[in-house]
Design a protein around this ligand. Structure first.
Ligand code: ATP
Ligand code: MG
Length: 308
């Protein structure tokens, strides 16, 4: 049996003449942090809403925990937590009443306790007895996030979760994702800018014009698109660059005290040795994957394919 939590096949959504999603086929495995990136209007939120059964697809197939989310939405309720960019909340009620009401709808055992625990994840209990209509946008987002995490669901769907969040709440969210990963939870996160959660992502899909232009495991994509990078800290960037060029590395970017280098995966040690053997004072401070490099190349490829 596959361990994919979400599978889509040629998923397509039209809103009148607007094509929001077109032939999207994705597999989202259990225990992944699946990052959906793409510019405004590229279809990310539409996909998330189809996954949670709020929006009906026009064509194609989708399974979430083996179920059809549009037809069996209530069965997904207890396994899934979601935070939407336009999270629907009644302005007249308080954050506390909203969360307790939602906990009852989800049939959680002790709704008041479940709501309190969820609010505490983002320190929302400090203001949750005030009416929602008085909240700042970050406060609303904290209640929406608490709602998503309430009841400890297996699948979490988060639409632009860090927008308007303060640093403290961002760190808390990051910790929760990290903790969830250890417990085999699955996260689907949409973003148009990259934030802390990017570093935790295991898979990604880049959306443009309603299509997933590139998708898969981040490590595989980094190999395929040459997007593995290392950062080298040095007092003598020019000399270090010269040493590296002589050793055959050409894709070097020099900043004030750093060098950035595109490297084939697994060559970090070889480069460390090269640096050690040269007389320059230099050390590798970070090994990372440049998601934007993958994105840019994928877009270029798709444009060429369209033109051709
Ligand atoms: N309810 C709707 N009615 C009509 N058009 C819609 C509706 N929802 C989305 N769309 C259209 O579908 C397209 C994709 O929108 P979507 O909200 O999925 O994009 P997004 O990638 O989430 O963008 P953003 O980064 O701005 O949140 C857009 O052209 C949008 O105008
Ligand atoms: Mg959106």
């Amino acid at each position: 049996m596959s361990n994919n939590i979400v599978t889509t096949e040629n998923l397509t959504k039209h809103f009148g003449k607007t094509i929001a999603l077109q032939d999207v086929s994705l597999e989202i495995p259990e225990g992944s942090v699946y990052l959906l990136i793409g510019p405004n209007g590229s279809g990310k939120s539409t996909l998330l809403k189809i996954i949670t059964g709020v929006v009906k697809p026009s064509k194609g197939n989708i399974q979430v925990f083996g179920l059809n989310p549009w037809k069996q939405r209530t069965k997904l309720f207890q396994k899934t937590g979601a935070m939407y960019e336009d999270h629907p909340m009644p302005g007249l009620s308080t954050g506390q009443d909203f969360l307790v009401y939602m906990a009852k709808l989800q049939r959680l055992k002790d709704p008041k306790q479940a709501a309190l625990r969820a609010a505490q994840l983002f320190e929302a209990e400090a203001f949750w007895n005030r009416p929602i209509r008085e909240y700042s946008s970050g406060m609303k987002r904290k209640i929406a996030l608490a709602h998503a995490f309430m009841g400890d669901p297996e699948l979490l769907i988060l639409d632009e979760p860090t927008v308007t969040l303060d640093q403290n709440a961002r760190t808390k969210l990051r910790d929760l994702i990290q903790q969830g990963l250890k417990n085999k939870k699955t996260f689907i996160i949409a973003a148009h800018v990259l934030a802390e959660s990017e570093e935790l992502a295991t898979h990604t899909a880049f959306f443009a014009d309603g299509k997933a232009q590139v998708q898969g495991r981040i490590e595989d994509l980094a190999n395929q698109y040459g997007a593995s990078r290392i950062t080298i800290q040095t007092k003598d960037p020019l000399q270090t660059a010269k040493t590296l060029t002589e050793a055959g590395y050409t894709k070097i970017t020099i900043t004030e005290q750093d060098l950035e280098l595109a490297v084939p995966p697994g060559e970090t040690e070889k480069i460390a040795k090269t640096l050690q053997e040269s007389k320059t004072e230099a050390k590798i401070t970070r090994t990372w994957i440049d998601l934007w490099a993958i994105y840019k190349q994928a877009l270029k490829k798709s444009r060429i394919a369209t033109l051709g």
